[in-house]
Design a protein around this ligand. Structure first.
Ligand SMILES: [Zn+2]
Length: 479
């Protein structure tokens, strides 16, 4: 844990210095420039993706959360800002906004939400912290030097999810005291995020009563835990006053019930199916189904199918998928499950068929795009896979995973120069510059490729080497 934190410090330090130390004058939202916030956020995000064991690398669930988050963000004042939502596998109830619009949500919070509006209310609150520039505004109030404050905040944010004490312990040199203050927004900021969040929630068409209801339950939950309050309560002081304020605002609004989306129900079922031993998960869903104790038959059957898949009971899982189709359930999650089942039974051609149809129906679903390429490769249809990755990467130029899949495709086709070139982009996009440079050097030595392609490789190598030198220089300055 300590090692990981230290790594974050090392990655961040040159980055913060690179932009120089911005003027830390009066409290205004320009003190911490949006560009710098973005850079810091991206750097922490890369670290989380690569090294954080609790990062949930599930493009389906992440895809759902981003659809929900972007629907809310589109109704916020920060519609021009970019947001990215991600999930940490952690049973505590927490959500947090990092610099640059990166918003993390714990699986515990998703499971604790009893409706989609409740989950949306927390996202709307976090989005509001970002659009109201609360991070930048709280840094301005600190008496720490800008540099120390930024580092403390970045590291603190990452560590505090697991254990708030650790965040303090890991920072040396008298900065510790500032972190806890930075992690907790002031009551004014909380109230502002509640109010703005409520408007966002309403404009996006969710049940605004979800917010007060959820926060009230979080409050109750916090009381049970006393000193060991769930994370969300620690970083967002929740008071009776705040809940009362929300309830007052809600009362004047007309009541309208909002149904949960199928995807929300399926995502929760999928998370539940992953908990504990697979056989136990099967029994849990099976019992619910037999006793007809469920709120959604579709979600329960889907959860059962996921649990059966985990347990290696493919035929039984197929039977549930057939039932779900009979129930006319429409969700990208069902399509990837059906394809996964085909693939697990050595039928990549069947998986490809399912995914090709699904890709037409859900063109923006990344999980479907990844699975399609994987299965085309399993079926040795490298030509088709190449065609797909080429057109896909025109829209998703910064998708490291797709570049990686394209590298595998080129490898299968025996196209060495292009293989290393694609792999270099995959590395560059995940911040692994050294590995990217090495791949391009291999591309230079590749026996294939024409003059034009080789000069493209040379040019890209010069670019990345320049970036590398710049980073080395920054690191030197820092010492
Ligand atoms: Zn808050």
């Amino acid at each position: 844990m300590r090692l990981r934190l230290f790594l974050v410090l090392c990655i961040l330090a040159p980055l913060v210095l690179a932009d120089g130390l911005p003027d830390l004058g009066e409290s205004s939202q320009t003190d911490l420039s949006p560009q710098m916030e973005k850079k810091i956020g991206e750097s922490i995000m890369r670290d989380i993706r690569q090294q954080e064991p609790s990062y949930l690398d599930d493009p389906e669930i992440e895809g759902y959360l981003n659809r929900l988050g972007h629907r809310l963000a589109a109704q916020s004042e920060g519609a021009s800002l970019s947001f990215e939502f991600f999930i940490l596998k952690d049973a505590t109830l927490n959500a947090f906004a990092m610099p640059g619009g990166f918003i993390g949500v714990h699986t515990g919070l998703i499971m604790a939400a009893q409706s989609e509006s409740e989950l949306a209310s927390v996202l709307a609150h976090e989005i509001s912290h970002v659009t109201q520039h609360h991070l930048a505004r709280s840094i301005s109030k600190q008496n720490l030097s800008q540099y120390a404050a930024l580092l403390a905040m970045a590291v603190g944010l990452l560590a505090a999810r697991h254990n708030p004490d650790l965040a303090q312990g890991a920072i040396v040199g008298g900065q510790a005291a500032g972190i806890q203050n930075q992690l907790s927004y002031s009551r004014d900021f909380e109230r502002e995020a509640d109010r703005t969040g409520l408007q966002v929630l309403e404009k996006a068409g969710f049940d605004i009563r979800g917010m007060a209801a959820f926060f009230e339950r979080l409050q109750k939950f916090g009381r049970l835990y006393e000193n060991n309050a769930p994370g969300y309560l620690r970083t967002h002081p929740l008071t009776t006053e705040r809940i009362a304020d929300m309830e007052n605002r809600i009362q004047s609004r007309p009541y309208h019930q909002v149904a949960d989306s199928t995807d929300f129900l399926l995502v929760r079922a999928k998370l539940l199916a992953q908990e504990g031993a697979s056989q136990d998960a099967v029994v849990r869903f099976d019992t619910q189904l037999k006793e007809r104790k469920f709120t959604s038959e579709a979600a329960t059957r889907y959860g059962l199918a996921e649990a059966l898949l985990r347990d290696g009971k493919f035929a039984a899982a197929e039977a549930q998928v057939a039932e779900l189709h009979r129930l006319k359930v429409a969700s990208p999650l069902l399509e990837t499950l059906a394809a996964d089942l085909r693939a697990k039974q050595d039928d990549p051609a069947g998986a490809v068929k399912v995914l090709q149809a699904a890709a037409v129906r859900y063109p923006q679903e990344r999980a479907i795009a990844y699975a399609l390429v994987e299965n085309l490769l399993a079926e040795h249809q490298a030509d088709q896979a190449l065609k797909f990755t080429q057109s896909d990467l025109q829209s998703y130029t910064t998708d490291g995973r797709m570049h990686e899949l394209q590298a595998r495709t080129y490898a299968m086709l025996g196209m060495r120069l292009q293989q290393h070139r694609a792999q270099a982009e995959a590395y560059a996009l995940t911040g692994q510059l050294l590995a990217a440079v090495e791949q391009l050097q291999m591309a230079q030595k590749a026996p294939d490729g024409d003059f034009y392609e080789h000069s493209q490789v040379d040019a890209r190598l010069r670019e990345l080497k320049a970036r590398q030198a710049e980073q080395a220089k920054e690191k030197k300055q820092q010492r």
